[in-house]
Design a protein around this ligand. Structure first.
Ligand code: DP6
Length: 329
């Protein structure tokens, strides 16, 4: 075995405009439909991995918290995928740091598993191409497959491959294609009550609208890709808001209903729509939490930021721009 040196990688979170909500295979973590996202600069996860023959178990720390229990198991099982592929059995030291708050509604699993896939595969002396990395990151978290790439990214649900090797993300346009900004209006603190993995599975099992939701995604995805290619803000706004509201409507229709929104979330939806009606190019999207992510042109960003920050209950605004893919540092 050649030397196994420590390797560090950085990756950014991404926000989906066409949402991923539902799996067709839980074991391989295969999404039931495609999705489309923007990778965000200004927010980073940095992860270093060292496979070390001296260790008898994986030592994993995220933001200085040493992991144990199910959190440790999820990452250790992910490292097993890398070990199997590289033909090694060494345990690893993994140190991860996020420079954005854990409860800001930015899935740290997306940047986290993207950075881990890259750092761990390199640290195991594997040389994976971006598609292989995306497939690997997907096993950790569906949205992580998208954070391998920069800019505007499409995730394929795959269909035929029994091992899910046809389910991965590709870059549609790099980060210079369209300078839309994303302002995250943080509306509450503390961890969410139900994580996205559990929530999307419950939605699939119990929501009567789930088949209609999944059937609709390919259509909205085509519309979003056309709007994106031609930089048609108003079309992208319509289709992204529709995807977000349909995803949440479907989750609300689960049993028991899953409701991530707070009162302020609804207030901000109305405010964003009012601003758009009055001529400001801005639209919203919402993930598995109460926070609003407002997408707007770079010129409109200062005004949108100021307007959202002035709403009582908005705790802070994070400002992100189109970002690059996962990379070794
Ligand atoms: C609402 O990627 O966190 O953010 O694959 O189970 O880890 P797992 O789910 P995850 O789900 C993301 C859900 C979402 C929408 C999206 O990012 O597309």
């Amino acid at each position: 075995m050649s030397n196994l040196n420590p390797v560090s990688a950085v990756a950014h979170p991404n926000i989906a405009l066409i949402k991923y909500w539902g799996k067709r295979n839980v074991q391989l973590n295969l999404p039931a439909a495609g999705s489309l996202s923007l990778t965000l600069d200004g927010l980073h996860t940095t992860t270093s991995v060292h496979f070390d023959p001296a260790l008898d178990h994986d030592k994993i720390a995220i933001n200085d918290e040493i992991l144990s229990g199910s959190k440790h198991q999820r990452l250790s099982e992910f490292l097993d995928l890398v070990r199997q592929r590289a033909g090694i059995s060494h345990r690893a030291t993994v140190i991860t740091k996020n420079d954005f708050p854990p409860s800001a509604g930015l899935a740290s699993s997306a940047s986290g598993f993207a950075a881990l896939a890259l750092a761990a595969s390199k640290a195991a002396n594997l040389d994976l191409d971006p598609t292989e990395l995306s497939i690997l990151a997907r096993r950790g978290s569906g949205s992580a497959a998208r954070s391998i790439h920069g800019g505007w990214v499409e995730m394929f649900p795959g269909k035929d491959d029994p091992n899910g090797l046809d389910s991965y993300a590709v870059q549609l346009h790099d980060e210079s294609h369209w300078d839309l900004n994303c302002l995250v209006a943080v509306c509450a603190q503390g961890p969410k009550k139900i994580g996205s993995t559990e929530a999307m599975m419950s939605t699939a099992e119990t929501a009567p609208y789930y088949p209609a939701w999944i059937e609709d995604v390919p259509k909205t995805l085509v519309e979003a890709k056309l709007a994106l290619a031609s930089r048609d803000f108003s079309k992208l706004a319509d289709v992204a808001e529709a995807s977000c509201l349909r995803m949440h409507a479907c989750a609300m229709a689960a049993n028991p209903g899953i409701l991530y929104w707070k009162g302020i979330t609804v207030d901000l939806i109305h405010l964003v729509r009012q601003m758009r009606q009055e001529g400001t190019p801005v639209f919203f999207t919402i993930d598995a939490g109460p926070h609003i992510k407002a997408f707007c042109t770079a010129e409109a960003a200062p005004k949108v930021s100021e307007t959202l920050a002035a709403v009582p209950g908005v705790q802070k605004i994070l400002h992100a721009t189109p970002g690059a893919g996962a990379r070794i540092i």
